[in-house]
Write a protein that binds this ligand. Structure first.
Ligand code: PLP
Length: 500
């Protein structure tokens, strides 16, 4: 393909995608294909001869698009959002076109330095303590990881290295292997699956401590766990606090967990994958009170901050902790001398290679401006509140716990069986997509405002689909508090049981 064909192919692809976003509301959010559909459609072997880009784009529309779940449909309310915006897409295109691998400063100076600059911008926008920033006097700084999962694992590996070396410095007779086997990591039973997985990947026992009734890990619980483990000869090493849990978007009190960790020389990592973006709005910063106790902090601009996957922003107070853990020298990696202010980012992450992700962050920050991003976040929160209001007006439903950020959890008062049935029926119809969680032992449905295209009208469309589906499961009702319908609980439960 020559550059002229690249221009034509690229422009046609952008037109196709612009049309896609313009018409996304005409599609069902979930695809109507069966497992294996694409395996049947596509040839078994790669083409021997070159094919035309027009054929490729045509097959994209005919074969690939039918198997797409439309994460940017305003009726997509599952998980948490994955970021997408036109500036983010173009930033990614620029990065893919340059196709540099920025593992060292010389491998592409702009790749490293734009990351330093944008991570300082972003850290300041969030109101993070100065110590986390590369532009402070200390050894802190930011790095863009591929995902929050990677950031949690990086934190774990660094905590492990740091703890073992500290103990061995104090007592050189200690055995590294034996110490490693005694290390323990802690988080709450509300943590994301990736947090638990980091323990598996990093070979560290991970304790999921019981959260309080609001889904928060409390300082007292953590302190007791440390004491129990020390009494067994184990060594507390790493704590992952959650700001915005996946299930219900609960916030652990860092001001309680932080002192417990600091007193015991335990690394505190903050996983704010989704909700961290909200700290760009000063009114939410109270939720990260105590962040100054943390050693590392991570959130995903690729979730709620309009940057396309992958872009996970991680800051550490001391970049040398990462370098001491991950620096492995080879003669072919010899480079001009850099320092902590101009990092060789390969020492700050798991892989050697790294994409020019800062370009996506840079285009989004510049084209929206901080105020544009704040407007986006506040608008999504107000849409979630509108949804919660609609649910509360229907007496068959309960909103619980209290909505948090762009997440509203709700259930039918008639219990778990009917609530589950409601979600199953809606998923089967493919027009709206939500997933479940549990809260205080009850089955709840999570409704997240995800697409940046979402309007009040879209929220009402989603709510009407939910309400109408509820009518088919439990007695159609009058939907105002003033006219509470009589509900035959026994009939509902037994009809659900039968239909299972
Ligand atoms: N942490 C939390 C609280 C999350 O909600 C998620 C994903 O939704 C993750 C971590 C994992 O994020 P990533 O896919 O970037 O690894």
């Amino acid at each position: 393909m020559d550059s002229q064909q690249f221009r034509e192919f690229g422009k046609a692809a952008i037109d196709l995608m612009a049309d896609y976003y313009d018409t996304i509301r005409t599609r069902d959010v979930l695809p109507s294909v069966e497992p294996g559909y694409l395996l049947k459609l596509l040839p078994e072997n790669a083409p021997e001869e070159p094919e035309s880009w027009k054929d490729v784009l045509n097959d994209f529309s005919q074969s690939i698009m039918p198997g797409i779940t439309h994460w940017h449909s305003p009726q997509f309310h599952a998980f948490y959002p994955t970021g997408s915006s036109f500036p983010g897409i173009v930033g990614g295109l620029l990065s893919d076109s340059l196709a540099v691998i920025g593992f060292s400063w010389m491998s592409s100076p702009a790749c490293t330095e734009l990351e330093v600059v944008t991570m300082n911008w972003l850290g300041k926008l969030l109101g993070l303590p100065e110590e986390f920033l590369n532009c402070s006097d200390g050894p802190g700084g930011g790095v863009i990881q591929g995902s929050a999962s990677e950031a949690t694992l990086v934190g774990l590996l660094v905590a492990k290295n740091k703890t073992v070396h500290r103990l061995m410095r104090n007592d050189p007779t200690l055995n590294e292997g034996e110490l490693n086997a005694k290390l323990v990591a802690y988080t709450s039973d509300q943590c994301n699956s990736s947090v638990e997985k980091s323990g598996l990947l990093g070979s560290m026992k991970m304790r999921l401590l019981k959260s309080d009734p609001e889904g928060r890990l409390r300082g007292e619980t953590l302190k007791n766990a440390f004491e129990e483990d020390r009494a067994k000869g184990l060594i507390p090493c790493y704590v992952i606090a959650n700001l915005g849990t996946t299930g219900t978007c609960a916030f652990d009190p860092l001001y309680e967990l932080g002192p417990v960790c600091n007193e015991s020389d335990v690394w505190l990592h903050v996983d704010a994958a989704y909700a961290g973006a909200a700290f760009i709005c000063p009114e939410f910063r109270g939720l990260m009170k105590g962040v100054e106790y943390a050693d590392s902090f991570d959130f995903n601009p690729h979730k709620w901050m309009l940057v396309n996957f992958d872009c996970s922003a991680m800051w550490v107070k001391n970049g040398y902790d990462l370098i001491n853990t991950f620096d492995i020298q080879r003669i072919y990696l010899d480079d001009v001398k850099t320092d902590i202010k101009i990092p060789d980012y390969r020492h700050w992450q798991i892989p050697l290679g790294r994409r020019f992700r800062a370009l996506k962050l840079w285009t989004v920050l510049r084209i929206y401006g901080a105020e544009g991003i704040r407007n986006h976040l506040r608008n999504q929160i107000s849409l979630a509140q509108h949804f919660a209001k609609l649910v509360r007006e229907d007496d068959r439903f309960l909103v619980e716990p209290e909505p948090s950020m762009g997440l509203v959890c709700f259930r039918l008062k008639d219990g778990d069986i009917v609530t589950k049935k409601l979600l199953e029926n809606l998923t089967e119809k493919k027009q709206i997509y939500m997933v479940a969680a549990t809260y205080r032992g009850r089955y709840i449905i999570r409704f997240v405002v995800c697409s940046n295209l979402t309007t009040r009208q879209d929220i009402e469309i989603s709510w009407n689909k939910i309400r109408q589906e509820a009518d088919t499961i439990i007695q159609p009702t009058i939907h105002t508090k003033s006219q509470i319908p009589a509900i035959n609980h026994f009939e509902i439960l037994s009809s659900c049981e039968k239909s299972k």
